[in-house]
Design a protein around this ligand. Structure first.
Ligand code: NAP
Length: 270
């Protein structure tokens, strides 16, 4: 019988981290062996199962990632933390020979290249995915295909008001994929000045303008609007619940076991 994949979750007490703990705990073939969060978190020392509202699972929340990696020797570290910290965590894991599945957004292209280098040097697999929801991955794929036929496009992304980075990793990745199909969108077609700075959003890859909405009540949503003479095509995806990301996270944990390099984007492993 194949051995269970030993998983450590970093950011385990956070919103996504807790969902990952519940998903890993519930799925055959996976074993949660470590849970790490920021020192100062009031739940440090408590059982992560209790923190996540499931049964006691015998794994305590700790705050020293380096120690947890060397002591517990997980097969995979899953990171859902914060933009400023994820790169340090991922470097630590890869240098310890632990594969990384990274959902934290807000990393720069340079950060991803740096991780790609370390991943290759250590022959330790890494998956970085700005969105683990299958519907969001398909939205990006369909938008790339449609970009061959539409010369104009903009992205509106909507997230909860606690999100730390803007624009979202999904919108950045969407623009990157669309720009692979068409180098520049809507160049010079929009004249006029911004009366209020930022009104036209931020220009992503391919000069695709990205608009970020942050409101309580939302989770993660995005519309890609493509336009041609007299018509628009809108491709929209909505994540209403964090469970929408979990099948993708579990798939990435399995897949990363076979990798010796970094893969950026879930579309490359499905
Ligand atoms: P969150 O609830 O704020 O969770 C982040 C957790 O990381 C918190 O518990 C935080 O602790 C902890 N943390 C902070 N610094 C840390 C450190 N040095 N070491 C270990 N843990 C640390 O945020 P979230 O909503 O779960 O989102 C987390 C990330 O996932 C964000 O970047 C978000 O954009 C991304 N995300 C990705 C996907 C995807 O499909 N890829 C989907 C949804 C969200 P404190 O609260 O004590 O600071």
């Amino acid at each position: 019988m194949p051995k269970d994949i030993k998983v450590l979750v970093c950011g385990a007490a956070g919103k996504m981290g807790q969902s990952v703990v519940r998903a890993v705990d519930a799925e055959a073939g996976f074993k949660l062996i470590g849970a790490v969060d920021r020192s100062g978190n009031p739940n440090i020392g408590k059982d992560i199962g209790i923190i996540c509202g499931i049964n006691e699972i015998g794994v305590k929340l700790t705050s020293d990632l380096k120690e947890a990696l060397s002591k517990l020797q997980p097969d995979v570290m899953v990171d859902f933390t914060m933009p400023e910290i994820v790169i340090v965590n991922a470097q630590m894991a890869l240098k310890a020979g632990v594969r990384a599945v990274i959902g934290t957004t807000g990393m720069t292209k340079d950060d991803i290249s740096e991780l790609s280098k370390i991943s290759k040097q250590n022959a330790t697999g890494t998956i970085v995915a700005p969105n683990f929801a299958i519907g969001a991955v398909l939205m990006m794929k369909f938008a790339k295909e449609a970009s061959k036929y539409f010369a104009h496009g903009e992205i509106i992304e909507f997230h909860h008001d606690k999100k730390l980075d803007a624009p979202s990793g999904t919108s950045i990745k969407s623009a990157e994929l669309m720009a692979e199909a068409r180098k520049v969108f809507g160049r010079d077609s929009v004249k006029g000045k911004e009366t209020i700075k930022g009104a036209r959003g931020a220009a992503g890859d391919g000069n695709i303008h990205i608009h970020s909405v942050r409101l309580p009540g939302l989770l993660a949503h995005q519309e890609i609007i493509l336009a041609a003479l007299g018509q628009t095509l809108t491709i929209r995806h909505d994540s209403y619940d964090r469970t929408s990301f979990m099948p993708g996270v579990l798939m990435a944990i399995k897949k990363v076991m076979e990798l010796d390099h970094l893969v950026y984007g879930l579309e490359n492993i499905i």
